[in-house]
Structure formats: C-alpha cells, structure tokens
Design a protein around this ligand. Structure first.
Ligand SMILES: Cc1cc2nc3c(=O)[nH]c(=O)nc-3n(C[C@H](O)[C@H](O)[C@H](O)COP(=O)(O)OP(=O)(O)OC[C@H]3O[C@@H](n4cnc5c(N)ncnc54)[C@H](O)[C@@H]3O)c2cc1C
Length: 424
C-alpha cells in the first residue's frame, strides 16, 4: 500500500471529460476544493450526455447538442481533443498525446468505454456500417437514417440496439434485429422479460431474428447490399448498426502497473484504484463505466456498472474521498444500480442487478396489459426490480433491495393479491 496521503491536494487531474469526469469536477468545487482542476478529454467536445443519442437525437427531437450543463464557477481547465497516453504512478504524472506532462496530487480515471467495433475490420470500415457511442457517431447515423435507407440491420440484443431499432420504426424505416441469444435484453432483464420486449418490437414491425449470426456482408463497390447469416439466410440492407457491447478505455494505462484489463480498472469500495499486486494507490481514483469495484449489492463481487446514474454517484463519492483527510474517513460507494430505457413507446426502468437471478415474480400489473413491475430474486433475496410504464412503485422495491429483503418482500398489492413465482 502507498504511504498515507499528507496535506490537502493542490492539483487535481481528471482524465475523461464526460459524465463522470464533470460530475466529479462539480462535486470537488461544491465541497470547497479551491486548487487547480484540469479535465483531459480525447473528444473535441465539452462533456455531453449520451443517453439521448440513441433516443431523441436520432429521432430528430432535440438539436444534436446534448452538452451537459456546467456550473458558471467551475474554474476548470479543459484539455480537449488530446488523449492521455500514459500514467506514471511514481512521478504522479499523466502524459498526453501532444507530449504535455501533467502532474497531479489526486487523479480520477474516468475514461469510460467505447463501442465494441465490428470484428471484421474490412466490414467495419464500410461507410454503411455504424456503431453508436459518441455525439459524432450519432450525427453520422442520424444523417444516414434521414436519407431513407431501404432497410437497417441492427446487430445485438442490448438496450442501445433496441433503442435504435425503435427509432428506426418511428421513422418508418424497415429494420431487422439480429440477436445471437435466444432472447433480446436477456443479460439485463433475463429471458422472460427480454422475450416480452422482443414481442413488443415484433408487434411494431421489427423483423427480430433470434439465434442469428452474420457469416459475412456483401458490399459490391464498397457499399453494403446484404448480409448472409450463418443459417444461410440472406437479408438485403443498406445500413448496418453494430451494437455489440463496449470496450473499456484502459489501453492508455498499459505499463502503469494498475489492476486494469478488459473488465475495467479495479478499485476498492472507496474508489481508490489497485495496483496489479492488489496494493491500494491512495491518490488515484476511478469512476464511471471504466471502474469495477466490490459491489455491496452483489455480494462484494467486482462489478462494473455502465449506467448513467452510477457514473454520477461514483464520481461524487470519488470526489469526496479525494478530499478526505485521514481523520475524516472515507465513504463507500454503495449506489444501487439503476437504469432506464425508452423504446417502442414504453419506458423501462431497472433498479438493482438482475444478473444471476433465480426467480421472478410479476408484482403489479401484467405482461398482457403492457404495464407491470417485475421482481427478481436470488437465493431467497430480492435483488432487482424492473418496471414498464409503472415506475411509481420502484422506490419501495429499491428500498427492499437495499435492505436485502426476502424475496418477494411484500405480498398482496391491490392489483396482485397472490404472487406467482416463476423462472426469470
Ligand atoms: C447511445 C447511448 C445511450 C445510453 N442510454 C442510457 C440510458 O438510457 N440509461 C443509462 O443509465 N445509461 C445509458 N447510457 C450509458 C451512459 O451514457 C454511460 O453510463 C455514461 O456515459 C458513463 O459515463 P462515463 O463518464 O463513465 O464514461 P463516458 O461517457 O464513456 O466518457 C468517457 C470519456 O473519456 C474519454 N476518453 C477515453 N479514453 C481517453 C483517454 N485516453 N484520454 C482522454 N479521454 C479519454 C472518452 O472519449 C469519453 O469522452 C447510454 C450510453 C450510450 C452510448
């Protein structure tokens, strides 16, 4: 473990100028930090919000400027369009791609994730093959959708893919969604509710193919014409969006000696990063999509949570702990994960993590009505709750999840006097 920190920090550096980075900067100033504050970002933009990119921005409902609000007295220097290239823990310095070397007393790693690229580089390089992570990605895809493609192929059964598919239907564009698993959204919601969302997508005209994988793309003259599936099917389309997950932005940390890999940067429960040998680096913190930490809501398993709410909460905790002197004590990051998605005219909300759930109960409403709350249990405890257009019940269940209440925590809701427990 490194030596205990002495003295208040005078220079704080944040690498990753996005949601978590900006939230930390605001929290530092709110707690009275008056020293130098610099945010380094590889994108040329000031911090902006990503959730609208797959929703309102693609539909053309917002202007495409989703810049996050900044406090007028933030007093932060932004080094934008310049990636951090390496970290020297002993010298407490970060080197940028332009050669600048920035010293720090405290460092926050908030470099998030990027879209996982399509695995075949030739196909990934086609002008008609898109991913969606950044504002620039959204601008390019939005322009292409507005040009009226014949058919869009969406690869991937996650939330972003389904939101884009929903937007395509709103724009009256034919869309095929290819999901490798037996149900969409199954990682987050389990097969039962994922299958229900798949049914809604089909009702709204999505050509949903399950257990489907692409063998290759046909692109005569460099323009996408069709995809061939492994089962021999051929689908004509002129746009393909690969929504096949994310990759954590940790390459710049290679050689720094941290416990960082594809699964993220490992930190302790207080947000302090660990060296590869497990020692704590007391002056370096991580927050947001790039961070994984022992999660009290998942039996202290190392978990990375790629959600908007977590990025903000974790950044605030890290900021608080960056400034805490040894006497003030550190606070744990115990935010209960929460997430929302808007698709096919519905709002889905999730609190907790349904991953590993062994039981499910619909506790309000019903799948047939299209409005419900579903609870997830694991080993007799309530671990997550999902709502579709019924979010007003969620806070009560969030409290039950926090308390590790038995599953199900309550019996006898007005609209659900007898709860049936089934497989998730
Ligand atoms: C299209 C889309 C829709 C989403 N919808 C939802 C939703 O509905 N609900 C929800 O809860 N969450 C949603 N999310 C997830 C949410 O946006 C993320 O959880 C959040 O952006 C994480 O913030 P972050 O600051 O940790 O990381 P990021 O937002 O990924 O920011 C990291 C920043 O660091 C930069 N960076 C990377 N490497 C370097 C480097 N070496 N040097 C300098 N800078 C670097 C990156 O370019 C980026 O600007 C969505 C995400 C996307 C992409």
């Amino acid at each position: 473990m490194s030596a205990p920190l002495r003295g208040a920090p005078e220079t704080i550096l944040i690498v990753g100028a996005s949601l978590a980075g900006l939230a930390a900067a605001h929290a530092l100033r709110a707690q009275g930090y008056a020293g130098a504050l610099t945010l380094v970002g590889d994108e040329p933009h000031l911090p902006y919000d990503r959730p609208p990119l797959s929703k309102q921005v693609l539909r053309g409902q917002f202007c495409d400027d989703t810049t996050l609000p900044r406090h007028p007295d933030l007093r932060a220097a932004f080094r934008l369009g310049t990636p951090a290239q390496s970290l020297d823990l002993d010298a407490r310095a970060v080197t940028l791609a332009d050669g600048a070397r920035l010293r720090y007393d405290r460092l926050l790693i908030a470099t998030g994730t990027r879209a996982r690229p399509w695995p075949n580089p030739d196909e990934a390089g086609l002008a008609d093959v898109f991913t969606l992570r950044s504002r620039d990605d959204a601008a390019r895809l939005s322009a292409r959708l507005r040009a009226g493609p014949r058919r869009v192929i969406l690869v991937g059964g996650g939330f972003i893919g389904f939101e884009v598919a929903s937007t395509c239907r709103d724009l009256d564009i034919p869309v095929t969604v290819l999901v490798r698993e037996g149900a969409p959204l199954s990682a987050a919601l389990g097969p039962r509710l994922g299958g229900w969302v798949g049914g809604i997508a089909r009702e709204q005209g999505v050509d949903l193919r399950l257990g489907a994988e692409i063998e290759r793309m046909e692109a005569p003259g460099g323009r996408l014409a069709a995809v061939l599936l492994k089962d021999g099917a051929r689908i004509e389309a002129d746009v393909l969006v690969a929504a096949i997950g994310t990759v954590r932005n940790v390459a710049w940390l290679d050689g720094a000696g941290l416990a960082a890999d594809d699964g993220g940067v490992t930190c302790d429960g207080y947000g302090r990063v660990l060296r590869a040998n497990g020692d704590i680096v007391a002056e370096v913190f991580a927050a947001g999509d790039v961070a994984r930490w022992p999660n009290p809501h998942q039996d202290e398993r190392l978990v990375a949570v790629e959600h908007w709410g977590n990025a903000q909460a974790q950044a605030r905790t890290a900021a608080r702990n960056m400034l805490a002197g040894p006497a003030a004590g550190l606070i744990r990051h115990d935010h209960l994960p929460d997430f929302w998605s808007q698709q096919f005219g519905r709002t889905i909300k999730l609190v907790g993590l349904a991953d590993g759930a062994d039981s499910l109960a619909i506790v309000h409403g019903s799948l047939a009505e299209g409005r419900f709350v579903a609870l997830y249990g694991r080993e007799g405890r309530t671990v997550a709750a999902a709502s579709v257009d019924s979010a007003r019940w969620l806070p009560a269940y969030a409290a039950a999840i926090r308390e590790r209440a038995p599953f199900p925590p309550f019996e006898g809701a007005v609209d659900q006097p007898r709860i049936r427990i089934e497989e998730p």
